[in-house]
Write a protein that binds this ligand. Structure first.
Ligand code: 9UX
Length: 72
């Protein structure tokens, strides 16, 4: 079953970068939807934990140069 979480993203300061995170994470296998909110520096993720782990998403976000934090 899908799970939805909202996590803080740090290092994100412009719309180009929030859009990039949204596009890249949204294309990952097992991610149903990714929505980045630049104003509150968060990522809302709908994903299937049987297919992809949050750690894998965090690693991909780190590759892009940002940091995905734990739930607040
Ligand atoms: Mo925007 Mo991206 O100011 O690394 S250029 S956050």
């Amino acid at each position: 079953p899908a799970k939805t979480v909202t996590l803080p993203v740090s290092g994100m300061h412009c719309a180009a970068c929030s859009a990039r995170i949204e596009r890249v994470v949204g294309a990952m296998e097992g991610v149903d939807a990714a929505a980045v909110n630049l104003a509150d520096a968060s990522l809302r993720l709908d994903f299937n934990p049987a297919i992809i782990s949050l750690d894998a998403v965090a690693a991909r976000v780190a590759d892009l140069g940002f940091s995905l934090g734990p739930p607040p």
